[in-house]
Design a protein around this ligand. Structure first.
Ligand code: SF4
Ligand code: SF4
Length: 229
């Protein structure tokens, strides 16, 4: 904490470190189309992400829906680097409004608390809620917490199982995104990031062979590519 700073300098740095997580009160922003579902990404319960309270990367205890980054960067999709400003400032999520980088206590109190999930966001949209349920049954989040110890014993069966899961995940997505433009645009919100993108921090290399992804275990440092919550 910077003890000399007492107000926001509007430098925009916080917006370049990842989009905000959504909380219950933010549902109005979605219902009024100030925030669009295509601009959201879901971190499913159990995925690894940086937890600022614990100050370490760990499995999330609840589903987190947050503003997506820009391209392959963490920078919030609603951040305008030219003006170093927020393009939805008057309708930004609650977590953005309370953020004080010089005094993070209030922001930290929101971490993994009163979060807004996919089902609440979709409201009466039974079609998309059914699709999410189908996805969760076909492609559940692996037990990432157990992976490091399991790899120490014998990585081969785990890699084989994850390889099946990675390809099942992609097949599901390929099938459903062709159903409608809306599902294609909202893929990251509806299903989160593809499983293969979550494996690299665990020392797993991903390679393509024809239509199939192949995995290879290569022990490495965990944590550098994890999402921030
Ligand atoms: S809260 Fe801090 S990091 Fe964010 S814009 Fe203000 S001064 Fe910059
Ligand atoms: S919504 Fe606005 S204030 Fe919040 S992280 Fe994005 S650009 Fe920054």
């Amino acid at each position: 904490m910077d003890t000399k700073q007492t107000s926001c300098k509007q430098c925009g740095i916080c917006c370049t470190k990842g989009g905000a997580a959504l909380h219950s009160t933010d549902i109005a922003l979605i219902n009024k189309d100030h925030i669009l579902r295509k601009d959201l990404v879901t971190i499913r319960k159990g995925e690894f992400a940086y937890n600022p309270v614990a100050d370490r990367v760990q499995a999330t205890k609840a589903e987190i829906v947050k503003l997506r980054g820009t391209g392959r960067e963490w920078t919030c999709c609603y951040y305008d680097p030219m003006s170093r400003g927020c393009t939805i400032y008057d309708n930004r999520p609650m977590a953005c409004g309370v953020l004080k980088c010089w005094d993070p206590e209030e922001s930290l109190s929101l971490v993994e608390t009163d979060l807004l999930g996919r089902i609440e966001i979709l409201g009466q949209n039974e079609l998309l809620k059914g699709l999410i349920a189908e996805y969760e049954r076909a492609c559940p989040v692996p037990d990432f917490t157990s992976l490091p110890d399991a790899f120490l014993e014998n990585p081969d069966p785990i890699i084989a199982s994850l390889e099946d899961a990675v390809n099942r995940d992609l097949q599901f997505r390929d099938r459903v995104v062709t159903k409608s433009k809306q599902i294609l645009e909202e893929e990251m919100f509806l299903f989160g990031r593809p499983l293969f993108q979550l494996l690299q921090p665990f020392g797993i290399l991903v390679m393509q062979s024809g239509n199939r992804l192949l995995l290879q275990y290569k022990e490495t440092q965990q944590g550098s590519k994890n999402e921030k919550i």
